[in-house]
Design a protein around this ligand. Structure first.
Ligand SMILES: C[S@@+](CC[C@H](N)C(=O)[O-])C[C@H]1O[C@@H](n2cnc3c(N)ncnc32)[C@H](O)[C@@H]1O
Length: 306
């Protein structure tokens, strides 16, 4: 960032947000791999997915050969991502001794067998979890951040965390830190403390593995520009879509379960009338070509092509 400042070049975070009059949210009830085959090259700026974990949590969560299944969609990622695009894959490394595939295998595969670049590992740390007596109780899950090139979109300023008064004073005395960045707030680091959704959380819409909005929102803000197209092809309840709708991005949500539509509706009902959001349109199983055309009216002006 300092080097860029000196050279007078603009950091990606300096890109002016593009105005969008409305956002579009397209839901598809379809198999993820089948859907991806129909998606044109370089059509999305952020892929944000929370795939099955292979933990037998539901009928969709059991695989004889997890990686063999995952390869089918991992191999499509690079192609559908725009040149400056990001990809986030949620998962876990803590699944002890199961000798089954998990996020570790996915990360290993993407590093060695795809052109995707590994940029960050985000540790989602939470205080609420199961107790344990034979090992240290687990309090984290992971998300892998992959990019297509070194020229990826990243808006750190949108997710900076405010300093408290005492640490702000200390930081302002530290010559290594840029005063204007101190005013903007701290880098949230790659360890994010965000509570898991308890069974009685008011945010819950009924999906068994729903992710907290806060964690999804942080990725949407920092890794996609306003007006960009965000894809989640394991959409579950549509948490990604809700965050996009509230943050002024378009979303493409795919899930093999029809319940996505009702879950997403429940998400929308939770948005208070007083919240300032752009007008939005929702399409269910609408022709993909038309949906992309409508979204691209704004998106093309920002996305860089190879
Ligand atoms: C871990 S959940 C995602 C939860 C989501 N992040 C949320 O906050 O609600 C994974 C989802 O993937 C869906 N799924 C599993 N296999 C699929 C496939 N082959 N194609 C599309 N969706 C699939 C399941 O129905 C489930 O809703």
């Amino acid at each position: 960032m300092n080097a860029l400042k000196k050279s007078g070049k603009k950091h990606r975070a300096d890109i002016q947000p593009i105005g969008v009059e409305k956002t579009i949210h397209a839901l598809f009830i379809q198999d993820a791999v089948e859907f991806l085959k129909t998606l044109p090259d370089q059509s999305v700026q952020l892929v944000l997915i929370d795939p099955p974990y292979n933990l037998d949590l539901d009928y969709w969560d059991t695989f004889d050969n997890y990686l063999q299944w995952a390869k089918q969609w991992l191999d499509e990622l690079y192609r559908v991502m725009a040149a400056n695009a990001n990809c986030v894959i949620f998962g876990g490394f803590q699944y002890q001794d199961l000798k089954k595939g998990d996020l570790l295998e996915i990360l290993h595969y993407t590093r060695h067998q795809t052109k995707l670049r590994f940029t960050n590992l985000i540790i989602w740390y939470y205080k609420n979890g199961m107790s344990a007596h034979r090992f240290f109780a687990n309090r984290h899950e992971e998300a892998v951040w992959l990019t297509k090139s070194k020229d990826y979109y990243f808006d750190l300023d949108s997710v900076r965390v405010p300093y408290d008064e005492a640490s702000k004073k200390l930081a302002l005395r530290d010559k290594r830190l840029v005063p204007e960045n101190i005013e903007k707030g701290k880098n949230p680091t790659n360890v994010w403390e965000i509570g898991r959704l308890n069974g009685n959380s008011t945010e819950r819409v009924g999906h068994p593995t729903q992710k907290p909005l806060e964690i999804v929102r942080r990725f949407i803000r920092s890794l996609s520009a306003p007006g960009a197209i965000v894809l989640d092809f394991f959409a579950g309840s549509g948490t990604t879509g809700r965050a996009c709708l509230e943050e002024g991005r378009h979303s493409i949500l795919v899930d093999s379960e029809e319940k996505l539509v009702a879950y997403f509706d429940a998400h929308l009902k939770q948005i208070p009338d007083s919240e300032p959001i752009l007008p939005y349109e929702i399409f269910v199983n609408h022709p993909l070509e038309d949906v992309l055309k409508e979204m691209n009216l704004q998106y093309n002006s920002l996305a860089k092509r190879d």
